[in-house]
Design a protein around this ligand. Structure first.
Ligand code: HEM
Length: 432
């Protein structure tokens, strides 16, 4: 049906949108999204190489919301849900016998199977159930702050607190022993930050496509080997953790097959911490840059929920997801053909001035703050209540015990198109 010509993005901007390194340069990236939202809110991105498959980049809040909520027209299949290199997609297809997804998980399922899988663990992450683990989270937060203060009055907040804290929380909920957490962290960072030489721990700058693909595939394989052992254990000795729920789950009366089960563990193990780490570090950066706001919330904790919510919008740790049009359709006045791939860009949507006044400003009194950092529709983040709770509890502990904070160096962002945020945040602080 598409008779309209495709508005194409110029090669230089296309490069910026698909290059992981540009996500480490936040301000120019936001400038580009501002320009595109104005000029070409739905634009066809075709790289000058054959390394990257083409897609529609969607930058307006309303369009991203509409796509996210219309789970019949905009599917998570049959193409991959995360922007990937052509070679990576082919590699996954070869390895899995046809699926573009190396890992099969909630985000790679559509109706009707998606909800059947989601329901298996959904209850775990609801506020009612989380109240049962609140004390445990409070203890984890308190120990994280103890360790921070024991280390002196300067630290890289990411390494000291914002990375290990949510990792420990989600691993406790899953049922993973503490000694295995460093391995889980490394594998997650290799999977999500495959292109960043610090996060993937290769130290190799400008890795080739093949090197990145091998690294990510290696991380998935290692995750799978780990969880295969865990499943065997939890089937023999089920406990009250999420791992036991997954190991013993049934869908339509049948136990999960190995691939689906591994994917379930992996998404929970991986989605639950790097994301929360990024929003936590972002909140701390905003507060370090605004001592009055730190003092204000220390004096009056009713400001804390606003800070948490605004930090999640302001950082938008999950920077995009992809959808595939199930039928010829239209979005933002642009014809889109069946089978077209679309990037719903949460960073761009969460900085849309039509929805958020002065969007680059960290404004904890923003109300309403209906950001899209957790997505919307059938796939909306399963862990959103947990993420908010973890942040609130950690900040209560930090605010109780730290009088002042300030930057002690240059923060740095990760080079990643998918999950991104601060990878270092040097801070100086004074204990209360
Ligand atoms: C600030 C922290 C977090 C952010 C920004 C975030 C963001 C997101 C986003 C954008 C999606 C996709 C939504 C969509 O397609 O509409 C998602 C899905 C998901 N998230 Fe989170 N997330 C965070 C924390 C967590 C935590 C703590 C968990 C804990 C287990 C978690 C588990 C999941 C799962 C399982 C899905 C897939 C849901 C589905 O497809 O049905 N996330 N998240």
């Amino acid at each position: 049906m598409t008779t309209q010509t495709k508005p194409r993005l110029d090669p230089q901007t296309a490069r910026q949108v698909i290059d992981p390194a540009s996500y480490a340069q936040w301000t120019p990236l936001l400038d580009t999204f501002d320009r595109l939202r104005e000029e070409r809110p739905v634009v066809w991105v075709e790289a000058a190489d054959d390394v990257h498959p083409p897609f529609w980049l969607v930058t307006r809040y309303d369009d991203v919301m509409r796509i996210s909520k219309d789970n019949e027209t905009f599917l998570n299949n049959p193409q991959t849900v995360v922007f990937s290199l052509t070679e990576g997609i082919e590699f996954a297809k070869n390895l899995t016998g046809g699926s573009p997804h190396l890992v099969a998980s909630l985000v790679t399922f559509d109706a009707p199977i998606h909800m059947k899988y989601r329901k298996l663990t959904q209850e775990w992450f609801m506020p009612k159930n989380l109240r049962g683990v609140e004390d445990e989270i409070r203890q984890i937060a308190s120990s994280a702050v103890d360790r921070l203060l024991e280390g002196g009055n300067e630290a890289d907040f990411v390494k000291a607190v914002s990375a290990p804290y949510p990792l420990h929380v989600v691993m406790q909920i899953l049922g993973i022993p503490e000694e295995d957490e460093p391995r889980m962290l490394m594998l997650t960072q290799q999977m999500f930050g495959g292109q960043d030489e610090d996060l993937n721990q290769s130290g190799v700058k400008n890795m080739t496509t093949e090197q990145i693909t091998q690294l990510v595939a290696g991380a998935v394989k290692d995750f799978e080997a780990y969880f295969a052992r865990l499943t065997a254990e939890r089937r023999i000795n089920p406990t009250d953790d999420v791992a036991s729920t997954i190991a013993n789950a049934k869908v339509d009366g049948e136990p999960l097959n190995d691939r689906d089960m591994m994917g379930y563990y992996i998404i929970l193990a991986a989605a639950g911490h790097d994301t929360t780490s990024a929003s936590t570090a972002g909140a701390m950066l905003a507060l370090a840059q605004d001592p009055e706001q730190w003092a204000r919330v220390r004096a009056d904790r009713s400001f804390l929920p606003g800070i948490v919510e605004e930090a999640i919008r302001w950082t938008t740790p999950v920077q995009h997801f992809m959808r595939t049009a199930a039928a010829d359709t239209e979005i933002g006045g642009q014809d889109v053909s069946k089978g077209d791939w679309l990037m719903i860009n949460y960073v761009a949507a969460n900085h849309d001035p039509a929805q958020f006044d002065d969007p680059r400003r960290f404004d904890s009194s923003r109300s309403p703050n209906r950001h899209l950092a957790f997505g919307a529709g059938a796939h909306q983040c399963l862990g959103l209540h947990l993420a908010r709770l973890e942040m609130r509890i950690l900040f209560e502990a930090l605010l109780d015990r730290i009088e002042t904070i300030e930057l002690a160096g240059e923060p740095a962002r990760s080079k990643s198109t998918f999950v991104g945020g601060l990878k270092t945040l040097p801070l100086r602080f004074e204990a209360a």
